[in-house]
Design a protein around this ligand. Structure first.
Ligand SMILES: C[S@@+](CC[C@H](N)C(=O)[O-])C[C@H]1O[C@@H](n2cnc3c(N)ncnc32)[C@H](O)[C@@H]1O
Length: 307
């Protein structure tokens, strides 16, 4: 397999820059994918040990091959990043020197129609990162009520025509179950007059729901600051506004002291800040990177340091 044929990692130089203070210790790559970021981290920082997680068993196999030269310094586990506190405890890893989350899905997952993420190539309505763990998109599309579908598309896809898409899905179901991504894409195209962005928003909403992505992210944003050593760095790359908003809000909250001095409100506790934001505005790929890798376009990186 070519070095980046699985997935081209984004913002690699920027990540290496932010992790350059991390000289040793354990660094977590919570979203291994094809192991692109992990490869760069292990090459750049010869003293670190790496713990790599991915919910997708196929990603773990690909990363295991790619990271073979570093096998003595890398522990790769088929697990969700939301299980990080348990992983730290079970493997007695101590406090981490860095944690990286590169959210969403890899090119390999999008490009393989049998995974059901793609609206360009029809496949089964699946969309699970781990087929053993969650219910497939088929279940959501064929069993949710019209109002549940409407809410899902509105809240997780921010699609303005959510009500009409939900209505069209429920109407189509009267002819039999909707089996494929192609059939779903055709329904959305009918309602949204072929608007490709509408398809992307509906598919994004479904994927987020199927994999419980926002809950996993919120849980992890809460947990990671307690798992980092002082000076440890937490970097998150997100690809849509719902994720980026959660990351921004968490980093702002963690970097503020509440109930400071005389402004302590009744019942309010003094909670000192635990993190320093290293990025006020999210870091975006350079025009050269976007040209090289158009899928990098929506990437937004935020980084914070444990105090
Ligand atoms: C954008 S890709 C990561 C690509 C990787 N940085 C690389 O260089 O190849 C995102 C990966 O995160 C995984 N993923 C999504 N949600 C996850 C979760 N809650 N826990 C662990 N892995 C997750 C997906 O299966 C996918 O492989």
């Amino acid at each position: 397999m070519g070095e980046n044929s699985y997935h081209i990692p984004v913002l690699v130089e920027e990540i290496m820059g932010y992790f350059s203070t991390v000289k040793n210790g354990v660094v977590v790559d919570g979203t291994l994918g094809g192991g692109g970021h992990s490869h760069a981290l292990l090459s750049h920082f010869p003293e670190i040990r790496l713990v790599g997680l991915d919910k997708d068993p196929a990603a773990i196999s690909a990363a295991r091959n790619r990271l073979e030269p570093f096998s003595s310094r890398a522990l790769l586990l088929n697990a969700g990043f939301e299980t990080l506190p348990a992983v730290a405890h079970d493997y007695n890893l101590g406090l981490f020197a860095g944690v990286l989350l590169d959210l969403g899905l890899s090119s390999r997952q999008i490009d393989d129609p049998s995974r059901g993420f793609s609206f360009s190539h029809s496949g089964p309505l699946d969309m699970r990162f781990n087929a053993a763990k969650d219910a497939p998109a088929y279940t959501v599309i064929n069993t949710f009520s019209e109002s549940e579908l409407h809410r899902l598309f509105r809240e997780l896809g921010e699609e303005p025509r959510s009500a009409a898409v939900a209505r069209a899905i429920v109407a189509a179901r009267t002819q039999g179950p909707i089996e494929t991504t192609g059939a779903l894409a055709a329904i959305v195209a009918g309602v949204c007059r072929g608007d490709i962005k509408a398809k992307a928003r509906i598919f994004q909403a479904l994927r987020i729901a199927v994999n419980g992505e926002l809950a996993a992210l919120s849980q992890t944003l809460e947990a990671v600051p307690q798992l980092l050593r002082p000076g440890g760095r937490f970097a998150v790359i997100s690809y849509h506004s719902l994720e980026d908003r959660l990351v921004k809000q968490a980093f702002v909250r963690l970097s503020e002291t509440t109930g400071h001095g005389s402004r302590l409100l009744p019942g309010e506790k003094h909670v000192p800040k635990t993190m320093e934001r290293l990025t006020r505005k999210p870091v975006r790929p350079s025009p050269a990177e976007e040209e090289r890798n158009p899928r990098a376009r929506s990437a937004r990186l935020r980084v914070a340091e444990k105090l």
